[in-house]
Design a protein around this ligand. Structure first.
Ligand code: MG
Length: 279
């Protein structure tokens, strides 16, 4: 055995080559409202209502994993036991998931306009030579109408991967690696993951890429654009700070208010790469 004391450093990119964007709360659906509403409806229908705070906690995971995380949440499991006289089963999860998919299929595209400023921000990234990947916790069938609407509003990524393309989903890094493979980018230091959830930000760190957390438009603040705009200033700051802390704790390198700030964040990362920094 020979331990190489100072291995020859591999060459690193000096500029970002690709971004991997989340969908709800990042590029569409300000406040990530659509998935929450469907989760609330599905649990209400199962006789065990959950709060919006509970529903948002595991956001970012593949939707079946998300619902399973709620069923195994000790407080919700306790309420389930009280309501049904027994713990929840795999069949209960299947039924809630089927109901959730049906509710989502009806409402998701309706609730998912492209976030203001997204189209221009992505055009600016493309002008910098950056490829646009994407991934979501939505299934392929749920993403399809959302992507169709987004395209009609001017947003169309080069790669779209959904929860049923690769499992396990976030916080595992595999959806990011498959984006990298399809986009033809070999160096993880040349990739930026952008997400509004703890699971998504962690997936970025697990993949070894730059991880950006989205605050104002995302799941962690969780308000529509108009509700956020009309909030008293002190309450808005409180929500932003709480959301920021959760994304920082998940490992974010950079926080942005919304996708509008992505080009500036990429320029900041480029300057870090040029100074020899790695994610
Ligand atoms: Mg999201």
């Amino acid at each position: 055995m020979l331990e190489v004391e100072n291995p020859v450093p591999i060459s690193h990119a000096k500029e970002i080559q690709a971004v991997v964007l989340d969908w709800a709360g990042t590029v569409v659906d300000f406040g990530s409202r659509a998935p929450v509403m469907a989760v609330l409806t599905a649990f209400e229908q199962a006789g065990v209502p959950v709060s919006e705070k509970e529903a948002r906690q595991p956001m970012g995971r593949a939707k079946r994993d998300h619902l399973n995380a709620l069923l195994t949440n000790p407080s919700i499991a306790g309420r389930w036991q009280t309501q049904h006289g027994r713990p929840s089963t795999e069949q209960d999860l299947d039924e809630i998931y089927a109901y959730f998919l049906a509710v989502q299929a009806e409402s998701v595209a309706e609730c998912s306009p492209v976030i203001p400023g997204c189209v221009d921000a992505i055009a600016e990234c493309r002008a910098m030579g950056i490829k646009i990947g994407s991934s979501t916790g939505y299934t392929h069938d749920l993403l399809a109408p959302v992507a169709k609407r987004a395209e009609s509003e001017g947003f169309k990524p080069d790669v779209m991967l959904s929860a049923d393309d690769i499992s396990p989903g976030r916080p595992a890094p595999w959806l990011i690696y498959e984006n990298a493979r399809r986009l033809g980018v070999q160096q993880m230091s040349a990739i930026v993951k952008v997400d509004d959830t703890q699971a998504g930000v962690s997936a970025g760190r697990n993949a070894g890429v730059w991880s950006i957390g989205v605050v104002d438009s995302g799941n962690e603040v969780g308000l529509s654009e108009s509700d956020l705009a009309t909030l008293p200033k002190s309450e808005k700051i409180r929500l932003q700070q709480k959301a920021s802390l959760r994304l920082i704790n998940a490992g974010a390198h950079i926080l942005i208010d919304s996708i509008v700030e992505l080009p500036a964040a990429v320029k900041l990362i480029n300057s870090k790469l040029q100074a020899g920094c790695l994610p």
